[in-house]
Design a protein. Structure first.
Length: 409
C-alpha cells in the first residue's frame, strides 16, 4: 500500500513484513544476542561509557497528537555527538584484537584477555602502531573511526565526498586521521575507499556490507544493538512502544534496532517504520522492488548522515521482513524538527539526521491519511532515536537560528 505525497511524504506498507512471527535463524545469523552481549561488555569497559538518556517528550507528543514520544538522545555519546561511537570504535577494537593475537602469539587466549583498557593504555602499542583502518563517511562514522583509532593506537585514513561540510571534515581531522576528499557522492567514496584499502592492505571499517565484506559491518551493528538495549531498559517497567520510527542511511542502525526489539519482544514488538529523505531513499526503493535497489543521483539531502544510495545487504536481511513500513519525506521537515526540539522544555539539540523521526512525525501530523494508516493517535507510544546532536554547529545555527550551546543552556 502506498500513500501519495501531499506533497512532502510517501508511505509504503511492506507486503513482506513478518510481524506475526518470531526472529528466525536467518536473521540471527546476521545479528544475535550473543554478539550484542559481547559488544556491551567491551563498550561498557571503554573509558567514559554511560547510557545516553531516554527523554519523555511530553510537549512534542501533545503538539503532534500522540500519547507518548520517547527520544533516545545520542548527542552526548562518548563526547562524539553521535550514535556512531557505539559501532565503529567497537569494530576497530575487534580488528585490533585479531592483529594483537596474531603478532604476540596469544591467538589461543580468550579474546577478553586482550582488554580494552590494556590496548588504550598502550600495552600492545608495538603490535598496533603499524595498523591502518579506513572508512568512507558523511561525517559521523568517519569521526568515530578516527576517534577509535586514536584511542586504540593505530592510524586512520578517512574518505569524504564533495558534499561533506568543511566543519565535519575538521571534526574528523581533529582525531589525527588523514582525510581524503573525492569527487562524487557517498557511494563513490565507499568504492574509492575499498579500492585503496585493497591496494594498501588497510582494514575497512564500515557498516555498509558487500560481497566478501560482512564481519566488520556485523560488529558495527552489534555495537548499535547496545543502544537499543539501553533504550528498552529505560522504558517504564512492562511498557512496550506501539511504534518505532528509525532513520536509515545504509540501514545499519535501523536493522540493529529492529533486530533488538524483535528478539526482545517477539510478536509484541513495536510497529517498525524506516524513515529516509526522498533524495536518499534506498531502503524505500528496495521495499517497493522487493530486493535491494539503489537511489540514483547525487544524494544531496540536508539530512547528510542519511545520504546513502545503496542499502547494506546485511541490514536488508533484517529489514526486508522486520520493517512494517517505509517512509520518505522531503528535506524541509528536518529544520522544522530541529526547531521543535530546540523549543521544547527541556530543549534538545538535534542535528539534521538525528531528528529524522521527529521530522516524520511532523509530516504525518499534516498527512492524516498516512497517520491513520500507521495507526498513530492519542494512545500511541512512539520510540525515536536521536542519532546525532549538532555535528556541524554552523549548519545547526543556520537552520535553527541559535547556536547549539545557547539552545542547550
Amino acid at each position: 500500500m502506498t500513500t501519495a505525497s501531499e506533497p512532502g511524504l510517501d508511505l509504503f506498507h511492506n507486503p513482506r513484513a513478518a510481524h506475526g512471527r518470531l526472529y528466525s535463524a536467518a536473521e540471527a545469523a546476521v545479528l544475535d544476542g550473543d554478539g550484542m552481549a559481547a559488544a556491551r561488555r567491551d563498550l561498557a569497559a571503554w573509558p567514559g561509557y554511560r547510557a545516553t538518556p531516554l527523554h519523555d517528550m511530553t510537549e512534542v507528543a501533545r503538539r503532534l497528537g500522540l500519547g507518548t514520544v520517547w527520544y533516545k538522545d545520542e548527542s552526548g555519546r562518548f563526547g562524539l555527538n553521535s550514535f556512531k561511537a557505539m559501532g565503529a570504535p567497537y569494530a576497530v577494537l575487534r580488528h585490533l584484537r585479531g592483529v594483537i593475537a596474531g603478532r604476540t602469539g596469544v591467538a589461543d587466549a580468550p579474546a577478553d584477555e586482550i582488554t580494552v583498557g590494556d590496548i588504550i593504555a598502550g600495552k600492545y602499542r608495538d603490535a598496533t602502531a603499524g595498523v591502518v583502518v579506513t572508512s568512507a563517511t558523511d561525517g559521523n562514522h568517519g569521526r568515530a573511526v578516527a576517534w577509535g583509532a586514536e584511542a586504540l593506537g593505530c592510524r586512520a585514513v578517512i574518505y569524504i565526498h564533495e558534499h561533506v561540510s568543511a566543519g565535519r571534515e575538521q571534526a574528523i581531522a581533529r582525531y589525527g586521521a588523514e582525510v581524503r576528499r573525492i569527487k562524487g557522492n557517498y557511494d563513490d567514496s565507499v568504492r574509492r575507499c575499498a579500492a585503496d584499502a585493497a591496494a594498501e592492505g588497510w582494514q575497512v571499517i564500515s557498516d555498509t556490507s558487500y560481497d566478501g565484506y560482512m564481519a566488520v559491518p556485523r560488529d558495527v551493528m552489534h555495537g548499535y544493538m547496545v543502544l537499543a538495549s539501553e533504550a528498552a531498559e529505560q522504558l517504564p517497567p512492562g511498557v512496550v512502544p506501539t511504534h518505532a520510527l528509525i532513520q536509515a542511511g545504509v540501514g545499519g542502525l535501523a536493522a540493529a534496532i529492529c533486530a533488538t526489539f524483535w528478539q526482545r519482544w517477539g510478536r509484541d514488538r513495536p510497529r517498525f517504520v524506516v524513515v529516509e529523505p526522498r533524495k536518499a531513499d534506498c531502503c524505500y526503493r528496495s521495499a517497493v522492488a522487493g530486493k535491494p535497489a539503489a537511489t540514483p543521483g547525487d544524494l544531496d539531502t540536508i539530512m547528510a548522515g542519511l545520504a546513502a544510495g545503496e542499502v547494506s545487504p546485511l541490514a536488508w536481511t533484517i529489514l526486508q521482513a522486520g520493517a512494517d513500513d517505509f517512509l520518505r519525506l522531503s528535506d524541509d521537515y528536518a529544520p522544522r524538527a530541529m526547531r521543535l526540539l530546540a523549543e521544547t522544555r527541556p530543549p534538545v539539540v538535534a542535528g539534521e539526521s538525528g531528528c529524522a523521526g521527529v521530522a516524520a512525525l511532523i509530516a504525518l501530523a499534516e498527512h492524516k491519511e498516512a497517520k491513520a494508516t500507521l495507526g498513530l493517535g492519542p494512545s500511541s507510544r512512539v520510540l525515536l532515536i536521536g542519532s546525532e546532536g549538532a555535528t556541524d554547529p554552523d549548519i545547526y545555527e543556520k537552520l535553527v537560528g541559535k547556536k547549539p550551546a545557547a539552545v542547550a543552556a
